[in-house]
Ligand binder design. Structure first.
Ligand SMILES: [Mg+2]
Length: 183
């Protein structure tokens, strides 16, 4: 099988040069399925405040909690950009990326990788679960939550806009339209 890797990133906005501060990847290949997610250290000087708030940066990211006066949460510290880039290249190597508008994530990930001396090595055809859902249901559907609801999948509010929550949802949608749908 061609390995697939579901990706989702939380970023500091939609602008050109946006930065990634959280990454989740779920890879499925001949060896099975595994998940990896982590925070990435963020230089906030060019960040969009509203963009950061979408993923609850100030509640969830260790640096965000610190600058907003909150106590630290248990968990690993953010990876530096270099370590994050290396892990992303390894984890996505040779895989077909799947996600909700994965071109958005792939663009940011590619920028992160190249800025740290690594190279995007995923397959060049990306698979968008929102588009797949539209095809499956033969109508325009909308974003990740709309797709989940249209397919009868539960998508708890508190995991939406976390990288791992969104990636897991995207994988559930993938399975619903690609696996169940083929039976
Ligand atoms: Mg997300």
């Amino acid at each position: 099988m061609t390995p697939i890797c579901v990706v989702d990133t939380e970023t500091d906005g939609l602008h050109q040069g946006r930065r990634i501060w959280e990454v989740a990847m779920i890879r499925r290949d001949d060896e099975g399925e595994r998940e990896r997610s982590f925070f990435v250290g963020l230089d906030m000087r060019y960040s969009d405040l509203k963009g950061l708030e979408i993923g609850r940066f100030f509640d969830r990211h260790p640096s965000g909690r610190k600058v907003s006066g909150k106590d630290p949460l248990p968990g690993l510290p953010p990876l530096c950009k270099h370590d994050a880039a290396r892990e992303i290249m390894q984890f996505t190597f040779g895989a077909q990326l799947v996600g909700a508008v994965p071109s958005f994530d792939a663009e940011g990930l590619a920028g992160l990788l190249r800025s740290e001396g690594y190279l995007p090595a995923w397959k060049h055809r990306l698979r968008c679960v929102e588009t797949l859902t539209s095809g499956f249901l033969r109508r325009e559907v909308g974003g990740l939550r709309d797709c989940a609801e249209a397919l009868g999948l539960d998508f708890p509010q508190d995991v939406q806009h976390t990288a791992l929550g969104d990636a897991r949802m995207a994988l559930q949608i993938w399975d619903a339209v690609m696996t169940d749908g083929a039976q």
